[in-house]
Design a protein around this ligand. Structure first.
Ligand code: ZZB
Length: 262
């Protein structure tokens, strides 16, 4: 499986435990670039990012990625990157320290290509630890999982212990499709009557349809490639992200869980 690793920069931490940990390890955000690395199959949707999801249950590693850059991912993912020449030293995948997803929530971030310039880290309980980097960038217009999780966060901020305004960014349509309009995910969640991020069977169906329709029949309505078919734009946006240094291509070995809901 080929993923694009998207480098999402942390601008400001929210949680005191996280601040203490960063201080202890002299990780000053004004002097060092610390990125969450999200694994995506849909680089062309990055314009519409509205937040970055971490799992409150996962302990992430903070790794030295060389040249004053630091990556936050699962240890398993960094190990994979390590053997793909994406890290400073082959065989060295020891984190500087580990940090709980929970304590990253509420941090301010900025993500490549995103129209919304300042976003937040938010919780997603259905993230699988053994897939991708364990970090998911949120595109609620085109990903049913993201749409329904965002909706749940907005409806129950107290339950999730977040501020409502963190979960209220503007929704920016980016791809138009003949069948489901320009908010594919919302359309399909309504169609399948999906109520919760835990409706995994229905979400899987919605996701498959969203992938198919978006890729084969979608047209970009935003960004540098507005007016072009998604089918041809996907690789171009991926290359742009790689060339600008805002991300990189990374492969996941076969034989791991392939679906967050299946
Ligand atoms: C942004 C994005 C925008 C995504 C979209 C999808 C869609 P899949 O489809 O099951 O093979 N993802 C990545 N890692 C994880 C994880 N550890 N746990 C749960 N979800 C994860 O999974 C690939 C997609 O699932 C990735 O692509 C990522 O979300 C998420 F408009 O990135 B995607 C119709 C889908 N649309």
């Amino acid at each position: 499986q080929e993923y694009t690793g998207i480098k999402i920069k942390i601008l400001e931490l929210f949680n005191q435990d996280a601040k203490d940990l960063f201080n202890q390890h002299s990780l000053d955000l004004n002097q060092k670039n610390v990125y969450l690395v999200a694994a995506t199959l849909r680089p062309e949707t990055m314009y519409g990012q509205t937040c970055c999801f971490v799992s409150p249950k996962i302990n992430y590693g903070v790794f030295d990625a060389g040249n004053n850059n630091y990556y936050i991912t699962t240890i398993r993912a960094f190990k994979n990157m390590c053997y793909q020449k994406l890290t400073p030293q082959r065989g060295n995948y020891k984190p500087i320290f580990t940090i709980s997803g929970q304590s990253l929530i509420g941090s301010k971030i900025t993500a490549p290509l995103a129209i919304n310039k300042q976003l937040y880290i938010l919780p997603m309980e259905t993230i699988l630890e053994k897939k991708g980097t364990g970090i998911v960038t949120c595109v609620p217009t085109d990903s049913p999982d993201d749409y329904i999780n965002m909706k749940d966060l907005k409806n129950k901020p107290e339950y999730y212990n977040i501020k409502k305004e963190w979960a209220s960014p503007e929704l920016i349509p980016l791809i138009n499709t003949p069948k489901y309009g320009d908010k594919c995910a919302e359309y399909l969640c309504n169609f399948f009557k999906i109520q919760s991020p835990k409706d995994s069977v229905q979400l899987q169906k919605a996701k498959e349809l969203a992938y198919k329709e978006g890729f084969f029949n979608g047209t970009m309505i935003i960004g540098k490639y507005a007016g072009e078919k998604v089918e041809f734009v996907k690789a171009k946006v991926k290359n742009d992200i790689v060339e600008s240094g805002e991300g990189f291509v990374y492969y996941e070995p076969e034989g791991v869980v392939m679906s967050r809901s299946g």
